[in-house]
Ligand binder design. Structure first.
Ligand code: GTP
Ligand code: MG
Length: 225
């Protein structure tokens, strides 16, 4: 799938004010500085669509990016667990993130980003556990693969899978990416495209069912006494 058009649409702290549409959306989350905004720019091939920064804590809002003229959305979320923030701001961000994840019915998959250089961290594992408890569909995206050699990167991913399998019966979809080197782009876009197709097929079936219901309710000549 190609992204022909990508536009920033709206920033929010309130999930109820997010775009009121039926199109699928895909959100990106993970610790501050893991590379969420950079990944959105890499996928859309727009250098500074989502704002990036070397300082953690750049993204503080729910940001919607409209893809291919309203066909679907990419959503940049604030990072979790940035220690230098005060407790009040950390709690506020936690509330925004949780309310978005639990209430946004259009969100078809949450991409959870993990820095490929780090051993499994409690904060990420606990977050994944919470997603599982709440039946949130997610995939894992390892970021910054260019910072390790191919073999070292693959070894980190294998270690991570082992840890996941201590808690999970099966592994989620896993992507290895580098925004710097445009790695993993086709894999993620193909995955999104496959989900978009399923959503569309469901919506068409639903609207057929609605048509049948409507036609059943419409009085016909035979109903007139
Ligand atoms: P917050 O919005 O602050 O939570 O951060 P974020 O997760 O959106 O991270 P962001 O995309 O702003 O990137 C943080 C830093 O990591 C920036 O300096 C990026 O240039 C760098 N970075 C992101 N992705 C990659 C990558 O694939 N490779 C390398 N080498 N650096 C990256
Ligand atoms: Mg960001």
């Amino acid at each position: 799938m190609e992204i022909k058009d990508a536009k920033f649409e709206i920033s929010n702290v309130d999930v109820r004010k997010c775009p009121d549409t039926d199109v699928p959306e895909y959100a990106f989350i993970g610790r501050s500085n893991v590379g969420k905004s950079s990944l959105i720019n890499m996928l859309t091939r727009r250098k500074s669509l989502a704002k990036t920064s070397q300082t953690p804590g750049k993204t503080l809002l729910i940001n919607h990016f409209n893809i291919n003229n309203g066909s679907w959305y990419l959503v940049d979320l604030p990072g979790y667990g940035y220690a230098a923030r005060g407790k009040q701001q950390r709690d506020e961000i936690k509330r925004i993130i949780e309310s978005y994840i639990l209430n946004r019915r259009q969100m078809e998959c949450l991409f959870v980003l993990i820095d490929i250089r780090h051993k499994p961290q409690a904060i990420d594992l606990e977050f994944l556990e919470w997603l599982g408890e709440n039946s949130v569909p997610f995939a894992i995206v390892f970021t910054k693969a260019d910072k390790l050699g191919t073999n070292a990167g693959a070894a980190m991913v294998e270690d991570y899978k082992k840890v996941l399998l201590r808690h999970w019966e099966e592994l989620p979809p896993i992507f290895i990416t580098s925004s710097e080197k445009t790695r993993g782009r086709d894999e993620i876009l193909d995955y999104i495209e496959a989900i978009n197709k399923v959503v569309k097929a469901h919506q068409e079936t639903d609207s057929d069912v609605q048509d049948v219901n409507l036609s059943e309710e419409t009085p016909s000549e035979n109903d007139i006494p």
